[in-house]
Every structure is written in C-alpha cells, then in structure tokens.
Design a binder for this molecule. Sequence first.
Ligand code: GLC
Length: 634
Amino acid sequence: MTSYKTMKKLILFVLLLFTVFAVGACQDTEPTEPTIIPTEPTVIPTEPLPSSPDDFDTIEGKVAWYIDHMTIEEKAGQMIQAERTTNGGQSGALTNEVTLYRLGSILNGGGNVPGSNTVAGWLQMVRLYQNASKYTPQRIPLLYGVDAVHGHNNLLNSTIFPHNIGLAAANNPELMYQIGERTAYEVAQTGINMNFSPSIGLIKDVRWGRTYETLGEDPQRALGLISPFIEGLQMYNIAATAKHFVGDGYTTYGTGINGGLDRGNSIITMDELYDIHLPLYEEAISAGVKSIMISYSSINGLRMHESEELITNILKNELGFNGFVISDYEATNDVSGSTFEQKIINTINAGIDMLMEPHKFDQTHQAIINGYNNGDIDISRINDAVSRILTVKYEIGLFDENRVVPEADLRSAESLAVARQAVRESLVLLKNENNVLPLAKTDNLLILGPGSNNLGIQSGGWTLTWQGTESYNSAGTTILEAFQAETEGNIYTDINDIDQADAVIVVLAEKPAAEWFGDSGNLSLNGQTAYQANVDVLQAIASTDKPVIVMLVSGKPLLVTNYINNFDAFVMAFLPGTEGLGITDVLYGDYDFKGTLPYTYPRLLSQSAHTMLDTNYNESDYLFPYGYGLRYQS
Ligand code: GLC
C-alpha cells in the first residue's frame, strides 16, 4: 500500500477519533456554552479527500500523492527526456509534444542551441518548455538538461574552463568546487536545471577520444576531486549527473565504434569493479549527486544499459543511490531486443528511470504503456522510476514558483579569475633544460604552431558544438593573444623572423573532437586527430639554435618521443579553455608550475593502455611517469 494511501487512512482515522471525542466530550460534561449543533449530520466523506500534493509537508508525501493520482500515460511521460528540435526555431517544435506526451524532461545535445545563443535566448527557450508543461493535468515542471562539462560550453561568451583531464593535473579540490559553482552560476542564468556533468570515469587506454573528459588514471586522485566538483555543480538548485556508469574508460581497443575504443567492451574483474570503479560512484552518491548516467559501453560483453545486476542490484540497492538513473543519448538502440519496444522494456527493467530518447519519445511513450499493459514492466518499477524523478524535481525546487534565476552575468571577474587559476594549475612542466623557463617579459618571442592562436582548438570538444570547432568566435584569450598582451618585447609569428627572437614557442595541438571522433589509433602528432602542421613546424625549426619551448594543447598524450630531444622545454597544457592568460602567468614566472601528470605518458604506442593495477609497470619504460611534474622552485 502506498504511503499516500496509508496517510489518507490515517487522516480519516484521526478525523473519526476527533469526531468521536468531540461528541463524547459533549455527553460527558455539561457544555457551559451551547454547542452549535451542525444542522446537517457530520458525514465523513467516503470519496477521496479533495487533495493535492500541497496537503503534504514531506517530499515523500507529495510524491506518493502523484504516484497515486497519475495515469500510466503521465507516468510514462515523466520517464522520457526528448531533445529540443533544431527545426523549431527559437524553442524547437517540441513544446506541443511536451504537453501531449506529458514529457518529464527536455535536453539539447552538444551544439543544439536556441536561435539566439544568448542568456536571454536560452531563458526564453527553457521557459517556453516549462510553460508547455503547465498545460498538463498534473502540471509537473520539466527538467531541462545540457552538457556543461567545462563551463556552460554551448553558450557563446560563457567562461570555458580546462577540461577534466587538466583539472585532474591541477588536483585542487577547493578549485574543483569553485569551477563547479561558477559553471552552475552561468548555467542557472539560462534557466537550465540539469547538467550532464561531471564525467568521473578513469582512463586506461589514452587513445580514447574521451580521455580529456576523465579525471586521469588514478582512482585516489579522482576520489579527492569528485565531491567538491559535484557540490559546486549542484549549486543554484541544479541537478548534476555523474557519468558514465561504469568503466566507460576501460574499454579494449578494437571493440568500440569503427574498431576504436569509444562505446566498446571493458574487461573488468569483480575486484577491479569494487576496488577501482565503484568507489568513484560511492563518492558521487555521498556528495548527493541527483542523477547518474549509464555508459554506452559494455562490461565483460554485456551492455551496461541492460545490466540489472550493476544498475539495480549494485548501484541502487548496494550503494544506495536514491536519485534517478538516466540512459545515454539513444543508447537503448544498442541493447538486446527484437523490437524498439522490447529494448525499452529491457532498459527499464534493468533499472533505468529516465530514457534519453531525443527523437523516439512517442514510440518510447507507447512502449512503456504497452510494457505495463502487457505485464512486461511491473507498475512497481514504473512507480520507482517516477518517484525518483519527482523526488529530484522537488529537491531542486522545481515546484517552487519562486525559483530564482540569477541575472545575466557571464564571464564575471570572479569566474574569469577561477578559470585563469585553473589554467595555471593545470599546466605540467615535463622538461626545462638549462632553465629556459621562465621567460622574461622583455624577451622577443617567435610563436608558432596550430594551437597558438585558436580559441576553439584550446577549448577542445564540447565547445559551442558537440565536436568543438576551430571557428569558435566567442570571448576569450588565445595563447598568442596572451603573450601579445603581457609582453614587454616583440612577438613574432612568421618563421622568417626567427633571427629576431630570443626564444621560439611552438604550440602543438590536437583537433577539437568528442567521443569516437577523438579516438586516436596511433597517438601521432600528425595522425587523424591531430595536425600535419605539428610535424611541419617542428621540422622547420629543427636546426635553430634558439631555445625551443614546446607546448602540447591536446586531450591526450600524443607521442613526442622522436622530437623531444630538440625541445629545451616541454609543457603539457591539455585543453585549457578560454583563459589563455593563465598560460603566460606561468611561462613568465609570475606563478610557478603546480600540475602533475594525471596519466602515464607513453614513450611508445604499445604503452598507450596502462592502469594502476599493472604489475609489470616500470615507470622508466615510459616517457614520463604518472604524477610527474617539474617546478621552477624545486
Ligand atoms: C552523449 C554523451 C553523454 C552526453 C549525452 C547528451 O552521447 O555520451 O556524455 O551527456 O550524449 O549530450
């Protein structure tokens, strides 16, 4: 019996007791004042109390009321997250569907932005959808989700922070909170209330296109960063999403999309699962994360999205996760089942509460209803899913008519200061022959390389678009612009001026990419994920006697073994985002280096896959060991 029904019976019983007591009291003692006898007999309503969730003080009571009063159509709708459509102009054409299918949530994937990509444009779009949810019997407000994985990265002129791998190099828990809070601050300004962040996975094979989204190879380092990050990201009543459960970065090369790593198969022993991977999610749960996203990948041959053992038995029951579990984008397609309906049924029965079905929301709606009507999905599973979703909606204040949306305030001084500090602390000094670093501001510098003057390249994937873009025309400072702003000497960009320079800075780079598009088969400086210009520029300056300072702007450790002897200094810069001044802060010596490698840097391609469990690990075999990082002041 639902708690709501229990409570209703309790209320009726108390009313009955009160009535009996009141009548008894009249009989027992002479009333000093005539008791007004109701002209009509006191009739205890046999019909359900005319009630609403507002009759209950607790979230549990309110949610129980909804579970008791919602139809299966309404419950099915709450379990679906559809995507705003790009053909619908400002709001997307889905507002009617929100009403028609009682949808519980809307997302926009990377790069699917409103017609006006401004705070006001986003706010108007989100409010159109929230308004559409009011034209439903239950008027349950929507969750609107985006990937704000290194700032509010779909939004123009937002503050773009270093991607996670650089934050792992910085390894500063307080800074993680600040980055999370600043991200939440800019996300909240646009009316968004759900963020598919943080990615908390570990990396095994650094060739993965999502290496830059992980917190490195060391679970201990990651564990120190997860809670403060989630705490910050969930400020301003935003629901964060820990992802992708579980073992997403441990896939075996060749088992993923196009024979790569992404969405492949992870071979993980139960000991590794419990010793390395689950503690990360225990940490996220203890931090109060509101949702957890399931990984596309498989574990030991079974798609995560249909693993009842891992999702229900372990994540929900054993680890005690009481938020809601969401599928990844159309991931249902990959699970077993002869029909789409059967795949949906399998996904829900495995324990997934909300289906991220951007386009098949109508088929998904019908599949849930059919599954229920045919007895393939028990009502207790549906009620559990809807209860979890509604509970989160209450917990983040979605039902509160007075929910506060901060005024537009992108790239505030505070946000830029946090981002600039994050850039500084993410840089890792790997070589510094003859202390060529720090540079003097009076030095004349020649600055070359594909990563030297492009905001999109230094921001990487998930920036303005899903894959990121070299034409990222947003606010920010490129590496070259930072040197031009800070120098007291001359800055050259033409190799023919090399004789005028006191030193040469070469910024090597990887192309912005996301997911399987970023899988690198060879970690080559001029491989499919990087630029031929990397090799060309290194060859062009190979004979110079000028000090050569090389920086790598990349989501993964590209192989530099054949070139590094010509580097006087080598700095791993990862994907720093928009605040290039953080780089000159350190290279001019205003700040010392702080970062350390969050992964082992391979000398050879054959060393691309490494975990903390490798028993035959000899760090001298690698180019640089995990945790390595030099300082000016040793
Ligand atoms: C993607 C990603 C996931 C993201 C989701 C929504 O495919 O795997 O990290 O949150 O879709 O954009």
